[in-house]
Write a protein that binds this ligand. Structure first.
Ligand code: MG
Ligand code: MG
Length: 272
């Protein structure tokens, strides 16, 4: 059952999402060769608590840390450890925060130093597919329209779309209805309704879409050992249209990147 949110609840969810956005922005300055994911995890936990929130993943389904840290061939749900990041790595950082009883949940895949051109392209296409999907999140559309858009955008570029893990509704629980797959068929699935809030999170592989799981019970990685990218935003349907609750602007500020992508990607199709 989809739990719609009131305008007041959406504002609280924006607050939670922005704490995650700021956490990712803080981490953006710290991601570099030699840094361990466990160190970044500790920094994030402190930062989240200093902002009056609780880490959203810590203890959720018994997850042991505050961040899911998934380098290179790891897709999602990687556990922070004391292995230093290396030049040329990519690292998906997925972060949750709980404040005022509502969760924020979003993710960014960072480059560690200079990464291979084909990996850079994968990151760019995955992030673009996130916005291509978000544009479809509007009244009159269904869950399948978002999945179709993400799948088409990334498969047309030769990438593998992970099927086993999906986006989700978000609210007082980290995972609410509906499931938001990154693949699908136009016009299929549940109808979107005013006031719903979802996490859209394409997980896109450079090679095969097939995955496997480490025997730690958590870490998902690509079956062929090639890199995987993951970007996630929290989005509400307001006035029939998608409204971003999270933002990458703090990440871009930290990295010195000029980007209007959030406005550009959303506006382009909304005007149609
Ligand atoms: Mg997430
Ligand atoms: Mg999520």
């Amino acid at each position: 059952m989809i739990i719609v949110k009131t305008a007041e609840e959406i504002e609280l969810m924006r607050e939670s999402a922005l704490i995650v956005s700021k956490t990712l922005g803080m981490l953006a300055e710290e991601v570099k060769p030699g840094v361990t994911t466990l160190y970044l995890d500790t920094m994030a936990e402190t930062f989240i608590r200093d902002h009056g929130a609780v880490p959203g993943f810590l203890g959720l389904y018994d997850f042991p840390n505050s961040l899911c840290m998934s380098p290179n061939a790891q897709v999602v749900h990687g556990i922070p450890n004391d292995t230093p990041l290396e030049e040329g790595d990519i690292i998906s950082i997925d972060c949750g925060a709980l404040k005022n009883d509502f969760y924020g949940d979003h993710a960014y895949t960072f480059e560690v130093g200079e990464v291979a051109p084909e990996t850079k392209k994968l990151l760019q296409a995955t992030k673009e597919s996130l916005y291509v999907g978000i544009r479809e999140l509007k009244i009159g559309n269904r869950v399948g329209d978002v999945g179709y858009a993400i799948q088409k955008y990334t498969e047309d570029r030769g990438y593998g779309v992970v099927r086993e893990l999906v986006g989700h509704g978000l609210g007082r629980k980290m995972h609410e209805d509906p499931e938001m797959p990154n693949y699908g068929k136009r016009g299929r699935g549940k109808k979107f309704v005013e006031g719903m809030v979802v996490a859209i999170e394409p997980m896109i592989n450079l090679g095969t879409r097939r995955i496997k799981q480490l025997n730690d019970g958590w870490t998902i990685l690509t079956a062929d050992g090639k890199p995987s990218a993951h970007f996630e935003h929290n989005v509400a349907i307001v006035d029939g249209k998608p409204q971003l609750l999270s933002t990458f602007k703090y990440v871009y500020e930290a990295l010195g990147i000029q980007s209007d992508e959030e406005e550009e990607f959303l506006q382009k199709k909304l005007q149609q």
